[in-house]
Design a protein around this ligand. Sequence first.
Ligand SMILES: Nc1ncnc2c1ncn2[C@@H]1O[C@H](COP(=O)(O)OP(=O)(O)OP(=O)(O)O)[C@@H](O)[C@H]1O
Ligand SMILES: [Mg+2]
Length: 346
Amino acid sequence: MLCRCFLEYILHDALCFECYEVNLDMLSKMLSVTAKPCFGECLKHLRYSWPRHRKHNTIIDSTKTKQENLEARQKEIMACGLPKRKHIKDVKQIFLIASGKGGVGKSTTAVNLATALKIIEPKKSIGLLDADIFGPSIPVMMNIYESPLVNQENLMEPLVNYGIKCMSMGFLIDEKSPVVWRGLMVMNALNKLMNHVAWGSLDYLVIDTPPGTGDTHLSLIQSLFITGALLVTTPQKVALEVTRRGANMFKKLNIPIAGIVENMSSITCPKCMTEVPLFGNATLSLAKELDVDILQKIPMHENIAESSDSGKPIVLAAPKSKQAEAYRELAEHVVTFLNKQEINDE
Ligand SMILES: Nc1ncnc2c1ncn2[C@@H]1O[C@H](COP(=O)(O)OP(=O)(O)OP(=O)(O)O)[C@@H](O)[C@H]1O
Ligand SMILES: [Mg+2]
């Protein structure tokens, strides 16, 4: 598995710009520089199997530019190596919480959305997957500090709190240890979290993603049927710029965007209780540009941060608060969106 992912990556880079063929010598050098000797075995396999791939070579079209031919060839190679998208058995819909930017409140939104979904749809079964391998937040925010058991089918049993089935890298590693892994190990860990968990039957699986538009997002999108994505951003220009990149990634990969959550959009004056907007309203122009709605504006409030830190999402810790109300409304918008999307019946 590791070897295959690795080869997919480097095949892309080792494509010759002159003849549109994979340059096996270059590949060999890349392997010896970047990988352990065991990948030499992969190279042998590739030397053997490459002629098979060559049969399907793109015919070089003389009416196209070199760059266009190269792109067509790269697409073909990538398509050969890409994993097939799969449904997770008995998981009806998968919903990503994302933003290009870090620290904007993705995890806070994910836990409050998952718990709010459970409140408004108590009969539905809900899962929460923390796909942030390097900085998992779900254990703290959901107050879960155990390790999952492995069942007879060799699948990890999700840990349950507040009626939500949760899985996170944080359950598998020591709380204080940093994860110092490179790409392939991260992808392998992600694969375990996606495909080696006994989710059972789930109506919604909410996935909290790390910041950025990198390996994790691509792996999730390329290996799972994602029903939709929710973009979380704060209203500052720098956050919005990066959120735009995230949105464009989803658009390119045909993942429907449910809308935007503008987090930390305002503060309430503790004396006169007036809502004071923070950082302007540039989110609206981004929403217009992307042709999506701002589903909710979540104020910046110390109770939200405190409840996350104490491991009880605000929708449960202070259900009557305005902040909890905002998350419940968000959950209703998300259900409306999901109801219009495809459901996995496998
Ligand atoms: N609306 C809010 N009001 C007050 N504090 C908030 C709010 N939203 C998030 N926070 C706090 O901001 C911090 C960052 O939030 P969070 O961890 O959810 O962001 P993130 O986007 O998931 O970060 P990362 O990119 O590192 O995964 C947390 O301490 C959280 O409690
Ligand atoms: Mg997070």
